[in-house]
Design a binder for this molecule. Sequence first.
Ligand SMILES: [Zn+2]
Length: 348
Amino acid sequence: MKSSQVLSGQALIGEELELRPVDIVIEEGRITAIEERLQSPPLWICPAFFNAHTHLGDTIAMDCGADGDLESLVTPPDGLKHRLLAAVAREDLVAGMRASISGMIRSGTCGCADFREGGREGVLVLREAAAGLSFQPVIFGRDGGDAIADGLGISSTRDIHGVESQVRAARNAGKKIAFHAGEQDSGDVDAALAYEPDLLIHMTHATRKQLKTCAERGIPVAVCPRSNWVLGVTTSARRPPLQTMLDLGCTIMLGTDNVMFVPPDMFSEMAFVSAVYHLDSKIILRSAMEGSHFTGSPFFIRKGARAALFTVDPTQSGLVFSHDPVTSLVKRAQSGMRGNNVFNLKTQ
Ligand SMILES: [Zn+2]
């Protein structure tokens, strides 16, 4: 029997996230029709989020009392997280990642771009953790893991040797390339740009010229503002330079970075960006799902797309008083989340 479902409400349609009263027909996990409705029930329908930068593996190091700097915490090979990852039992690693993924799903997220440590085994462990869940991790492996992953994820060009040969091998294998860049200063950005990456992470201290290059070449930037603040690489709304990125036409994607010190929750990230950076709500919301392009089948709601969306019933909370669902989704939806996830993803 064909599975079919109709969702009626105020939906955020297309990449423009245009709020419209509609019926959305979902058959076999795909949106087969979007029909205008004069009167819709008070239900908000939003595309699922895609977290554009995570390190799910370090769930096992959650709040481990670390208060060091960037280098002592997360820089390979001897940063605290790498020592903890090296010592953890495989089953605990899987359980940690699965717990994080399950939490992400409950808060409207059905995919992420993960930098996965631990070579091939590291990639397999993440696949196992996500197995059977309506969640699509786009995995950037390293140390050989890239060969069986979606891409190669390079910790800053200054941390590792042999970047060139790694990038060449990954390119030849048709893999995507991503770098951490500009997290502490702008010194490693030009080297990353020289490899024509598919994604740059952070760019907290990127120069205007470097950002212009990103815009011109269509290289998206995954920004992780809460992580930057927690790690002390910014103390000002000027960094990461979100407004400059937008002014120059960069594509911004929101990520939450290391689970060890930032929960992988997009509602919290959006609310933080709204409070600190004062960007337009719709731009913030779009950046929370923009990374879904990496799945090859973006989550934006349109006819023919797969159904990767969630609903919020505002009548179940104070959200019923909202004059602006987009702004309320960005600034306060989590506390009022009563709805359903409709993630009919075919996981890899
Ligand atoms: Zn990172």
